[in-house]
Write a protein that binds this ligand. Sequence first.
Ligand code: SF4
Length: 395
Amino acid sequence: MNGHGRTAIRKVHQDTDQRPFLVIWESTRACQLVCQHCRADSQDQPHPLQLTTAEGKRLLDDIASFGAPSPMVVVSGGDPFERSDLMDLIAYGKQQGLSMALAPSVTPKATRARLAAAAAAGAKAVSISLDGASAATHDGFRGIEGVYAATLPVCRDIVDLGLRLQINTTVTAGNVDELPDLLRQVIDLEAFLWSVFLLVPTGRGEALQALPGEEVEDVLHWLVDVSRHLAVKTTEAPHFRRVVLQRRRVGEVDVAEHFGLGPTYRRLRVGLDALLAERDLPTRVPRPPLDINAGRGFVFIDHIGNVHPSGFLPVPGGSLRERSLPEIYREAPLFRELRDLDLLRGRCGICEYRNLCGGSRSRAYAVTGDHLAEEPYCTYQPSGGPVLDTAGAPA
Ligand code: SF4
């Protein structure tokens, strides 16, 4: 399949210098889980300086002030169900015309009644983490036994309540071979979208084993194959967009051969073929990945109101307690730098795909201490050709 006339990469319509497409709000760091890869280093109690209800509403006002089309808002954590004002905040965001989504943890607080209340307050989608296809892997990741068993009914409740279910999976060396089984579960759970996150070695995630660059390439190519059957997106893997475009440009070839992929791709492909043989999965037009990156269409607000380009880039551009979100997003030097793709260094700085990729700025920072350094988990060697646009033409 060669695209069916749809663009390979989706360019957001709004000017990302002026407004984000997606806002993630870490509404609290309180959470009853202690996940190994937690960006937030979650705590069992909320921080005393966590944004108050009034400050949260002011943040939602700020987001609405970007104007139509309004950014999408994901209320995250920690665990947002630890906030007693959560439903009030969702309802307030909806009143301001915002599209509200929720990223809770699977704890005893994630009840059907609370999910139903979130839906009634105006939430449209809920994302849930599933990092292993078995209790051993998933619970090992989470650090608590029984979370895997509790996750499946929560997912079913979400779908049953008419909410869109997004499954988030963090890929590491420890679970990469489970990806086909995870895919089977994502399909069985009727998820609307599978979001595959490439580990950023920060927070508790530093202790986990990240995939080497060659295997990342294998996984990204496999995800292109999967996208023909299920909507997938990547988090902190903007080079997925480069792979999507490369695949679009070569058409139907022996992918492993053409791109020199490794045994991980071949194993994952065998797993996908087995699943396709077992299930009658329809072929679909792939969901084009969205061309946004840290500080460029994407912004993260932490629990005490610091505004970051990404939840995995622990450098704030400013505080909501001092400046408004639009001011910080548009004017903070950090954000402006991240939108100036000519400032990228190393291979990213000379890469013909930099306009539509740009590498994970969070991982560059986590690994090198320089948010403009080249993406450490990308093996691509730039060709020296002209910079390409999202359609693959010279920009
Ligand atoms: S070198 Fe950098 S810009 Fe080029 S594809 Fe890799 S991560 Fe993207």
